[in-house]
Ligand binder design. Structure first.
Ligand SMILES: CC(C)(COP(=O)(O)OP(=O)(O)OC[C@H]1O[C@@H](n2cnc3c(N)ncnc32)[C@H](O)[C@@H]1OP(=O)(O)O)[C@@H](O)C(=O)NCCC(=O)NCCS
Length: 193
């Protein structure tokens, strides 16, 4: 792993192209926060994403418009890709395996607002954190939502528009809100059905 310089000077053009959260994380990087990103895991990773702080393998493709909150806690394995409009909040840690396909406009979140007190605004109650683990060779189709604490098993397929509220097993297809297993990749009936 290469290390980033502790201080980075952002050009005017770069500043304008960053969303507020990205800017925040990038500025944190330029402070005392240790940079743990591979400076260039792949030539396919556009320049503007290399410095966000997440660790990634070779051949990773991140399309334009992907937003990463807390990127220092995000890891992405070799040959994985993320499509436009997807937002990832890695506050509790998010591990994306190898060869993972993440479609457009997905939400992958690892923190929830605390809300139990009725005497306080939700926004002032802090957060609960729970890591997300996406194993190798998973396909997450368009507009899926993955909630905190979820693990998606190896080779899993997540149908468009589904919401994962709990761990889902390897090698199956799940769909709907909340997501249910609808089949197996090899066409056999899964034991749950
Ligand atoms: C998951 C997916 C691959 C399944 O395809 P498939 O194996 O051909 O499945 P079928 O079309 O035969 O559908 C099987 C059943 O699942 C249901 N189903 C399929 N996709 C669904 C979805 N996204 N949400 C809810 N139900 C779904 C079908 O209605 C069907 O139900 P039925 O048996 O009661 O009629 C496909 O439906 C899908 O969501 N593709 C994503 C495309 C996409 O987002 N591409 C861009 C991002 S990379």
């Amino acid at each position: 792993m290469d290390r980033l310089p502790k201080t980075m000077v952002l050009g005017h053009r770069q500043r304008r192209s960053l969303a507020p959260t990205e800017m925040h994380d990038r500025l944190r990087l330029s402070g005392s926060c240790p940079a743990r990103v591979a400076a260039s895991g792949s030539d396919l990773v556009p320049e503007r994403y290399k410095f966000y702080g997440y660790r990634h393998g070779l051949g990773v493709r991140i399309l334009r418009g992907v937003i990463t909150h807390h990127p220092l806690k995000l890891t992405i394995g070799d040959n994985s890709g993320i499509s436009s409009g997807t937002q990832i909040n890695a506050a509790a840690g998010i591990a994306i395996g190898k060869g993972v396909l993440i479609g457009p406009n997905c939400i992958i979140w690892s923190q929830n607002h605390r809300y139990q007190s009725l005497d306080k605004e939700i926004r002032g109650q802090g957060y609960e954190y729970s890591p997300v683990n996406i194993e190798d060779d998973v396909w997450i189709a368009a507009s899926c939502v993955i909630l905190p604490g979820v693990t998606l098993g190896k080779g899993f397929i997540f149908a468009a528009g589904a919401v994962a509220t709990k761990p889902l097993p390897p090698g199956v297809i799940a769909a709907g809100v909340p997501a249910r297993v609808i089949g197996r990749r090899d066409g056999l009936t899964p034991p749950q059905l």
